[in-house]
Structures are given as structure tokens and as C-alpha cells.
Design a binder for this molecule. Sequence first.
Ligand SMILES: CC(C)(COP(=O)(O)OP(=O)(O)OC[C@H]1O[C@@H](n2cnc3c(N)ncnc32)[C@H](O)[C@@H]1OP(=O)(O)O)[C@@H](O)C(=O)NCCC(=O)NCCS
Length: 312
Amino acid sequence: MKYRRAEEADLPRLFDVFRAALNAYLVPAGQKGIPEGDDQTPAYRHFLRHDGQRLWAAEAVVEELAGGGGGSLGVTGRQIVAWGSGLLRDDWWFLSGLFVLPEAQGLGIGGRLFELAATGAPPGAVRATVTDSLQPISNTLYARRGLLPREVLVEIGGEPRPGLRPPRLGRLEAEPLTTASIPELREIDAAASGVDRSVDHEYYLTVSGRRGWLLRRGGRPAAYVMLCKDGWIGPVACVREPDMYTVTAYAIAELAAIGAGKVRSGVTGRCEGAQRALWEAGLVFESTPGLLLSSRPFGRLDRYLAASYGMF
Ligand SMILES: CC(C)(COP(=O)(O)OP(=O)(O)OC[C@H]1O[C@@H](n2cnc3c(N)ncnc32)[C@H](O)[C@@H]1OP(=O)(O)O)[C@@H](O)C(=O)NCCC(=O)NCCS
């Protein structure tokens, strides 16, 4: 087994490994599988750009693992069979991906990539990740290494019920969010997740194509909302918890107004304001719950909606 940093040319292959590793347990469990069509490479490229020292691949000769066959991807010879990546933002480290092809599992590769994905993380950093509660192996792997389940993360989605009214914003004033406003989001992030996500905001607003709003109260940044074209709501953050309901309802109404169809979001159990807005819009549970694991609690997650499960 050879471990090396991943490179640009590897990115499409990382998607193939991601899809095969997930579908091997999701599909037999009756869950929705990951479809063909690589929509992940732009995110992997962002990892490479900002966290390249934490994006690692494991290579092996496929026939040696698969007993002579082509393995789950039908390819032969020396190939990437697993990869792992971590984001480091100040003293917050987040395991953004860890995927091992089925024929390479149980050989210690996941454990080794977990360590490599933390390259450069200070010893005192918070360590966190998001898992699928359906997956006992990953949850055990992380818990044994000190990342304990802290929060349930439920995916709520569906078509908002017809006739949904936009919420009253009161003293909140919404303006379109551009990359020029990113420095102002630090104040909001400091109050919510507790992590400066400036480099990620740039990715969300440019490469990922999210639309966003900055909401001010009395001129001061009070909240931000970002929405994906596919109806995903997040990231969303508020300085004050009572704004979370209003801001989430605003996001749902914006998506409904452009005829986005289905909307979705991943919400922690403690984020009651966002949950209320999503349930009131007539949405439903979309999948088995995720779990947020961390080495210690961080931020105030009653006022934060994740950008994705892979980036939090
Ligand atoms: C989760 C995953 C990354 C683990 O990788 P792996 O290479 O199989 O794991 P390792 O061989 O390094 O084993 C890691 C731990 O899991 C345990 N483990 C491995 N296979 C297991 C099994 N079938 N049942 C229970 N525990 C198992 C090992 O004992 C080991 O524990 P330890 O190191 O604390 O002693 C891999 O199974 C995978 O890609 N699964 C599908 C995708 C996924 O769920 N990724 C995680 C996203 S959050």
C-alpha cells in the first residue's frame, strides 16, 4: 500500500472511490445511492488548493486486493483504492472525507488515512466530522480516536407547501451577498460556528454558485444565508439565536419564489429555529440522520446550518 498526496489528475478517481464506498453500504440498506455524474470535483479542487497537505490517497494493485478480479470499479493495475481529507481553519480540524473501496476495507487503510488527513493540525485543535448514523464502522473508528457523537444532524426536505408567505424581517435588512462582504461574515461566524470560514465562503459564492444574502440590523452584520441551485439551504448563520427561525423561513421563501421545487437542509437537533421553519413549510425527513462528532463541543450550533455534510 502506498500513501501519497492526491493531485489534480486524481480528482475524478476520488469521486469514483467515494461513490463505490458509499453505495456498497447504502444500496443494500435500501437507501438512495450516489448517482453517476461527478459533482464533487470542484469541492475536491478547493480541498487541494487550501488543504493540499491534508488530501491523501492510498494506492494498491487492485488484483492483489480483489483476488484476481477487477475490483468494484472494474479497473486493474496500481490504482487509488482509498482517500481521506481534512480541512484546517485556525484551531478547528474537520475530516471532510474518508472513503475506502469495499475490497480494501478492514486492512487498516481508513485508520492510516484518518491520521494523514490531520497533517499540520495543532495538537489542541478541535477535531470534528459528520457521519451517517447508519454506518457503525466509521462511527466506531472516529469515537475510538476521541471524536464523540455530539449532535444529531437531520436532513429535512421536500416541496414547500403552496402559498407560503415570506416572514416579517422586522429590523433585519437583507442585501445580496458578494465576495466583497466576506470580511463582514467573520463577526457572524465568530458568534455561531466559532470558526472563520472566509476561504470557504469564497468557494461557496464563486465556484459552487450559491446565491447569498447578508442581513443587517442597525447596519451591523446579523446573519447570512446561502442557497444552492439544487435547493440546499446552507450555510446559514446568525449572531442571535432568535433570528434563526426568520432567516431560515426567508431562505425557504426565496427558493419558493424562484420555483426551485425541492428544498433541503441539514439541521442539528439543537437548531430549533431552523427546524421550526422547515417543519412549518411542510417538509419531511429525507434520509437516515447524520451525526456530528467532535473531540469537544464547539461553537453555538443553535444558530448554524451546515454548508454540506462534507464541509460543515
Ligand atoms: C469507514 C471506512 C473509511 C473505514 O476504513 P477501513 O480501511 O475499512 O478501516 P480500518 O481497516 O482502518 O479499520 C478502522 C476501524 O474499524 C474497525 N473495523 C474495520 N472493519 C470493520 C467491520 N467490518 N466491522 C466492525 N469494525 C470494523 C477496525 O477494527 C478498526 O478499528 P481500530 O483501528 O480502532 O482497531 C470504510 O469502511 C469506508 O470507506 N466505508 C464506506 C464509506 C464511509 O462510510 N466512509 C466514512 C464517511 S464518514
